[in-house]
Design a protein around this ligand. Structure first.
Ligand code: CMC
Length: 421
């Protein structure tokens, strides 16, 4: 039997039956019955803005899959370029496809020297690298004006390759600018995470990252690669829906990611752990969170009402990194925070669990990244996901995003001349 819901307009007595299809009901049927009555849904918490085949998330069960493949398997066995291909094209690549893809995203890593020097040099020396990244990505559109032709699949592929290739270069350049270090050119012979780590940290030509650190970077990029219609992906789609070029749309994604409730949370977690300062202060801090003085950063999620599967993998990866580098002293505070929170009714009743950002910052810090680079790392990882959704949206020929509002302002009134105010 087909499942459905029945809506009745009590003003008129008219009813309409709407079938439940794929876990959703068609808003068009709502409009037919209730034209001019808007579905009031702050934060779009109950609205599916699109159908999408990119990532499946079951928040109740704590499941995340990219194109059907469990995140745990991809984190263990895949590479970041392979996952990027999977997200964008829907299938794991064959050997030949992966070779071609890897060749492309290795050959397009350079950024025009005029751009890197002139744009980044315009910033103050202590500018936040996310500010540089947002501007850098948006600025790239001026170098590739052909990117505006979004309905040509070959052209889309060219820009997708460029963005995945250039993101680490832009990110590392932002870091080196802030440190006053000369720019390090990308090396084609390296794999994606090694190339990025070298662009970040090599100074005298002899930096070789430890294999477990490269592995950690690989896992972190993969875990961040997509997460359905999150805030930054939605921002990318909103801008892309007006048929802006992909650089401009992805710059919007970066901008949305910057905020502490989204990608900025990993930086906020380290600030929080540093502020707590010691194991003994954890109980007092939790009491303050419960009193509404702070949020427990890295906890809670709009979709997950269970342990975020990414947090589980990152927690294990953190231990591998600490074996090589030595333990991050903030780890004990984080572990105790988690233990106390998961046993406390405030967090249990609201189903607040550690999310992806709770442990990722500890690894980033151990790898030597300054806290203001954490969200930039998230952005590198998320770029294939943003692009997969943007590409999907263009293929779907989706409509421009244009939500409604419930107007609560003043009714009509006449302009008051200055002398009468
Ligand atoms: N600490 C304390 N209380 C919290 C927290 C938290 N981290 N998160 C939610 N709550 C409480 C909130 O106060 C509310 O309580 P009440 O019902 O008494 O008013 C209840 O839980 C529901 O919270 P909400 O704000 O309505 O939930 P949301 O779905 O709108 O927000 C969230 C989701 C992720 C923004 C939020 O949980 C949060 O601010 N977490 C901390 C920031 C963070 O870690 N963000 C990273 C998210 S994962 C990576 C990513 O996707 O970017």
């Amino acid at each position: 039997m087909e499942e459905s819901v029945t809506l009745t307009d009590n003003r008129t007595g008219r009813s309409i039956e709407i079938p439940i299809v794929g876990g959703g009901v068609d808003a068009g049927a709502w409009r037919k019955l209730l034209g001019g009555i808007w579905f009031n849904d702050p934060g779009m918490a109950t609205t599916a803005v699109t159908s999408s085949a990119v990532a499946e998330i079951d928040g109740e069960a704590g499941i995340l899959r990219y194109r059907g493949y469990p995140i745990e398997q991809l984190a263990e066995r895949s590479t970041f370029p392979e996952v990027a291909y999977l997200l964008v094209y829907g299938e794991l690549p064959t050997g030949a496809q992966l070779d071609e893809w890897t060749f492309e995203i290795t050959r397009h890593t350079f950024i025009h020297e005029n751009f890197r020097k002139r744009i980044y040099d315009a910033f103050h020396y202590d500018a936040h690298p996310m500010g540089l990244l947002v501007s850098g990505v948006a600025g790239l559109s001026t170098f590739y004006p052909e990117a505006k032709d979004i309905f040509d699949p070959d052209n889309r592929r060219a820009q997708i390759v460029r963005l995945i290739a250039k993101m680490p270069t832009l990110a590392a350049a932002a870091y080196r600018f802030s440190r006053g270090l000369p720019f390090q050119f990308p090396e084609n012979a390296d794999d994606y995470p090694t190339r990025f780590l070298k662009m970040m940290f090599d100074v005298g030509g002899d930096y070789e990252p430890d294999p477990p650190l490269v592995q950690a970077m690989r896992v972190l990029f993969i875990l961040h690669a997509d997460h359905g219609q999150n805030c930054s992906t939605t921002a990318t789609r909103v801008v892309g829906s007006s048929h802006a070029d992909p650089y401009t749309a992805i710059a919007a994604g970066c901008a949305a990611l910057y905020g502490p409730l989204h990608g900025g949370a990993n930086e906020a977690v380290i600030d929080m752990l540093t502020q707590i300062g010691s194991y003994d202060e954890v109980d007092g801090f939790i009491a303050e969170v419960k009193a509404g003085k702070h949020r427990l950063m890295g906890f809670g999620h709009r979709v997950y009402k269970n342990y975020d599967p990414r947090a589980m993998i990152i927690k294990a990866a953190a231990h591998d990194v600490f074996k090589v580098i030595g333990k991050n002293p903030l780890l004990d505070i984080a572990l105790k925070l988690e233990e106390v929170a998961l046993a406390d009714d405030y967090f249990v009743s609201r189903r607040l669990y550690p999310n992806v950002d709770f442990y990722s910052g500890l690894i980033y810090q151990a790898l030597g990244f300054p806290t203001n680079m954490f969200t930039v790392l998230f952005a590198i990882g998320r770029t294939p996901g943003w692009l997969a959704h943007w590409n999907e949206m263009v293929e779907q020929k989706s409509r421009i995003y244009r939500p409604r509002q419930i107007y609560t302002g003043a009714p009509k009134r006449d302009y008051v001349p200055m002398k009468d105010r």
